[in-house]
Design a protein around this ligand. Structure first.
Ligand code: CP
Length: 309
């Protein structure tokens, strides 16, 4: 298969296993290119991409931007805080005005779940979801799964634990879809108050005890407590959370086998992850960031090929 089955990247739920493998194969080629002295290819010359960020971002925004530059695309960067959204302009009006400048593709992060899907139904451009509220973050899940595959060769039958604030995390849901499609076993760990009920429907087991959960897994993907999305307090305090669910040298010393440690960022050091673990040889946090560029280049390239000029 040489083409994606989808015309937009809205979520991992919409992708099939062949799509994911095609993205990985394409990313392999781009990873080689970005590690050469000349990192730029002309693949998206004459394609214009607007990066629309209605929520804060460091990694995703810069990673898309550099991926687009490496592919020779023309780029517009939009930040809602300095835009006419503050004067009451709607999302569709904003995007249609940007598209009138002959833009072909939109990369969008938005606080509302479903915002990328809504846009794909209402405007004429390829849409890439760079995170929609607590719903999906498909490029993060793809780069996470790619990074695990790079370390373990194959995802099939590997045990991956997602730890922390599952309820408010778009990374968790996208990771679950992606890892299950690739044949991994996925379980979650964290306070019951931060585990959504719908996980039963996805056949995901919740292990409340961190030591038991860590003994089960090959890989632990540690998530941040998203206080900014919590309308009520779901945990007594960050200090108590760190004592019960923080990954640190002390808890890892009780675990039989070494684990691959992942985190999508930003890390709250000393809360969900201690600095000595985040910076240890078992942590692949910066490999995730490096792979994110290759994965985003692959997606931009595969969707860009579908744009008829
Ligand atoms: N992982 C991630 O989405 O990080 P940013 O919020 O910095 O983009």
């Amino acid at each position: 298969m040489n083409n994606l089955s989808v015309n937009h990247l809205l979520g991992i739920k919409n992708l099939n296993k062949e799509d994911i493998n095609l993205i990985f194969k394409t990313a392999d080629n781009f990873k080689k290119i970005i590690n050469q002295p000349i990192k730029k290819v002309p693949s998206l010359r004459d394609i214009t991409i607007a990066n629309l960020f209605f929520e804060n971002s460091t990694r995703t925004k810069l990673s898309f931007e550099i991926a687009e530059k490496r592919l020779s695309a023309d780029i517009l960067n939009f930040s809602s805080s300095s835009s006419s959204v503050n004067k009451g302009e709607s999302l569709i009006d904003t995007v249609n005005n940007i598209l009138a400048m002959k833009v072909d593709m939109i990369v969008m992060r938005h606080p509302n779940p479903g915002a990328a899907l809504f846009l794909s139904k209402n405007v004429n451009a390829k849409i890439i979801n760079a995170g929609d509220g607590s719903h999906e973050h498909p490029t993060q899940a793809l780069l996470d799964a790619y990074s695990i595959k790079e370390k373990l060769n194959d995802l099939r039958n590997k045990n991956v634990l997602i730890l922390g604030d599952i309820m408010h995390s778009r990374v968790a849901l996208s990771n679950i879809y992606c890892l299950q499609k690739l044949g991994a076993n996925v379980k979650v760990c964290g306070p019951s108050s931060l585990v959504p009920k719908y996980l039963n429907l996805l056949n995901i087991e919740h292990i409340p005890d961190l030591e038991l959960a860590l003994n089960w897994c090959d890989v632990v993907n540690v998530l941040r407590i998203q206080l900014e999305r919590q309308d009520v307090q779901y945990i007594p305090s960050l200090r108590e959370y760190a004592m019960t669910y923080g990954v640190n040298k002390n808890i890892l010393s009780k675990i039989k086998k070494n684990k691959i440690i992942m985190h999508p960022g930003p890390i709250n050091r000393g809360v969900e992850l201690s600095s000595d673990v985040a910076d240890s040889d078992h942590s692949i946090v910066l490999d995730q960031v490096e792979n994110g560029v290759a994965i985003r280049m692959a997606i931009l390239y595969l969707l860009g090929r579908k744009i008829k000029k």
